[in-house]
Design a protein around this ligand. Structure first.
Ligand SMILES: Cc1ncc(COP(=O)(O)O)c(C=O)c1O
Length: 351
């Protein structure tokens, strides 16, 4: 079948471009997709080891009830305030399809996570961006002027790493009936969250992932927390068995081991401050980050692409965005102390 048979929207679009993956067997220091440099909790491996034949032979829990119970306990909410997904990308897709239909507007500050426009396009939803307000604050008036059905943004934001104060999110949510989705993929590294807003704001949904803070990007597990009425609607939209039995068991074990997770977050935060200082010493302008990556502008207006390519040739992958406003910057994931030292050496050699 040719592209002429595909839905026109699909035939026209180019789709999401995931971060570069090393080729099988290739040894690189991979600091381009904001993965956690540390392994998941040992309890995750124990839980996977306990998976028996029946758990695989049968369908998994449709609503991932075991995980909802753990998440409810950890976050101090009710199980019916939690929905689980096959990565938080799945959650974003479900939320969008629940609240936005063809012709509706999804609004986001720009730049933000580059999957949102792809999901919107796929659903024939109009994606509208407005620039962040000065100091990377929420451009609330401009967002609301778009009369959106949904407002999505990442907090901490990607790729800037900047943080919007919960009181500003609350102020925005109070002024609209639109779904305000706060994508907290990186909130574990921020030490703060907009989760408490859910209690008073029926239109706020917080999305979370185990890909970053829990070192489980390969597992594909995300979740969202909102008032039960939002979750109830989203449950109708998700695939019937969107999380598999192994993922549910592993995710329960990971989220349950908060002590282990907090230790890794602290290590990443310490390294983030060290990398930020090291880049600043080299003349980079580094936006203070609350995430597990930094966005750094090259000194002297140098094009970032050449430096990115130089680092890649030296076995270090970082992220370069060939987009106006970002093409003078590199986004660098925080690695282990050794990885960060190698990254800085490759950077020095490439400058
Ligand atoms: C802001 C943001 N949200 C969501 C995701 C996707 O996370 P997941 O692996 O849970 O699908 C990413 C991944 O890079 C991200 O940067």
């Amino acid at each position: 079948m040719s592209s002429a048979h595909a839905r026109p929207t699909v035939a026209r679009m180019s789709g999401y471009t995931p971060g570069e993956q090393p080729k099988p067997g290739e040894r690189v220091i991979k600091l381009n997709t904001n993965e956690n440099p540390y392994p998941p909790s040992p309890r995750v491996f124990e839980a996977i080891g306990r998976i028996g034949a029946d758990a695989l032979r049968r369908y998994p829990q449709p609503l991932a009830d075991d995980f909802r119970a753990v998440a409810a306990r950890v976050h101090g909410v009710l199980p019916d305030q939690v929905i689980a997904g096959n990565g938080s990308d799945d959650i974003l897709q479900i939320a969008l399809r629940t609240y936005c239909g063809p012709g509706d507007v999804l609004a986001s500050p720009d730049p933000t996570y580059s999957l949102y426009p792809v999901l919107a396009e796929l659903a024939d939803v109009r994606f509208v961006t407005v620039p962040w307000a000065p100091g990377w604050t929420l451009p609330a008036d401009a967002l609301l002027a778009q009369q959106p059905k949904g407002i999505f943004f990442a907090n901490p934001n990607a790729p800037s790493g900047t943080w919007v104060a919960p009181r500003d999110v609350a102020a925005l949510a109070s002024r609209t009936d639109a779904l305000v989705l706060v994508d907290e993929a990186y909130a574990d590294f921020a030490g703060e969250s907009c989760l408490p807003l859910v209690a008073d704001h029926p239109n706020v949904l917080i999305s979370r992932t185990l890909s970053k803070g829990y070192g489980l990007a390969g597992l594909r597990f995300g979740y969202a927390i909102g008032q039960p009425a939002i979750i109830e609607q989203m449950m109708k939209v998700k695939d019937s068995y969107n999380c598999d039995a192994i993922a549910i068991a592993a995710a329960c074990a990971a989220l349950d081991d908060q002590a282990y997770a907090h230790e890794q977050w602290a290590r990443v935060r310490d390294e983030r401050e060290r990398v930020t200082r090291a880049l600043a010493e080299r003349g980079f302008d580094v936006i203070p980050s609350r995430a597990n990556f930094v966005l750094a502008t090259l000194p002297g207006g140098r094009p970032a692409k050449v430096v990115y390519e130089g680092m890649k040739a030296r076995g270090v992958l970082v992220r370069f965005f060939d987009k106006p406003g970002l093409n003078d910057k590199l986004r660098i994931t925080i690695g282990t102390p050794d990885e960060n030292a190698a990254m800085l050496a490759a950077l020095d050699a490439s400058l």
